[in-house]
Design a protein around this ligand. Structure first.
Ligand code: OGA
Ligand code: NI
Length: 338
């Protein structure tokens, strides 16, 4: 196999005027017809809303109907959002060997730079994307393994991770109110082990044949995504059609993950989404994946089973086992849980 520095898409994407055949998706997986974000917008929720029952209702409704919503007035500084996007753009713009070097300090291999998908060898067809991913626990553990380049990476991304942790707990508290769980249900183990990814989708000469990221559901509690201000790419599947998620400057896109689907006993569901490419401009997205500690037991919350006629729809599983299964089986993981 070729070495990672030469495999990274950012090292060669502009050499060809057509995409290599291993990047051409099967016809049924190609982008095809998409509903514009103007026709079917993903709900935008103002977290500054003072009327709490109204806020709770809106978030619950969006989570149930779309599995996705955008938030504004979330309290994260717009400067920090810009700085974070920029630092990751700079990161992906560094020489390939330097990027790899910045991700090789952790002896456990949890800091990764990769191209296409996390499991490159398993995918017969490749995706038009490079990614950086690493854990960013609120405990600050393993901060010594974080990239040090670009020079203020640790300062900015560290600050951003702390803000994401705060925002996560705020959103989950509202979801708890909506579901009927105690407000602090997710404080502690269930949000203890988040990861941060920065995806880089270079311009692609044939966007109609390729995908940046395959259709998937997130194996998380929730996911908070910051996307480029003007570049579309994220799409959500609703009632069998793909709808584009409009980039709204300074908003975050939030989606429900499979672990919250289990905990809520199916009242909230992870929804399929993907990313497409375009031929003119690179797109960057910064994704905060909310994961529990590996030891956490994931199962339908007792408080939701009591007084409900619905039996538990999912078996109990440790987060470690769930993540291993997800890595190996992808979307099939859901069937195994029932
Ligand atoms: C993800 C994801 C979408 C994007 O990383 O799970 O859905 O727009 N990313 O990069
Ligand atoms: Ni996702």
């Amino acid at each position: 196999m070729e070495s990672m520095d030469r495999m990274l898409l950012s090292s060669w994407y502009d050499v060809h005027s057509t995409v290599p055949s291993s990047y051409v998706q099967l016809p049924e997986n190609r982008p095809g017809k998409v509903v514009s974000s103007l026709h079917e917008p993903i709900p935008v929720i103002d977290l500054g809303e003072r009327h709490r029952p109204h806020l709770t209702k809106q978030i619950l409704k969006a989570s149930q109907e779309y599995g996705f919503f955008q938030v504004i007035n979330h309290g994260v500084s717009h400067d920090l959002m810009d700085e974070t996007l920029n630092i990751f753009k700079e990161f992906h713009g560094m020489p390939p060997k330097e990027k790899i070097n910045e991700c090789s300090k952790d002896p456990n291999g949890n800091f990764k730079i990769y191209t296409s998908g996390e499991n490159y060898k398993k995918n017969a067809t490749h995706y038009w994307k490079d990614s950086l991913i690493h854990p960013c626990p609120p405990s600050g553990e393993n901060f010594q393994y974080w990239p040090e380049k670009p020079s203020n990476y640790r300062e900015i991304v560290g600050k951003y991770s702390r803000e994401m942790n705060r925002l996560t707990l705020e959103i989950l508290e509202i979801l708890c109110e909506g579901l009927g769980l105690e407000p602090r249900y997710f404080c502690g183990g269930l949000c203890e082990n988040p990861s941060l990814a920065a995806h880089h989708y270079p311009p692609c000469p044939q966007p109609s044949l390729t995908l940046g990221l395959a259709k998937h559901k997130d194996p998380t509690i929730i996911t908070i995504l910051l996307q480029d201000k003007e570049v579309e790419g994220l799409q959500v599947l609703k009632d069998g059609t793909w709808i584009a998620v409009a980039p709204i400057p300074n908003a975050f896109v939030v989606n429900i993950g499979l672990l919250l689907q289990i905990i809520s006993n199916g009242r909230l569901a992870g929804v399929e989404h993907r990313a497409v490419t375009n031929s003119s401009i690179a797109r960057t997205s910064v994704v905060y994946f909310v994961y529990p500690s590996f030891e956490s037991n994931i199962e339908p919350a007792q408080a939701l089973l009591k007084g409900s006629n619905t039996p538990p729809l999912y078996k109990s599983i440790t987060c470690r086992e769930f993540r291993a299964n997800f890595y190996q089986k992808g979307p099939k993981v859901e069937e195994d849980l029932q």
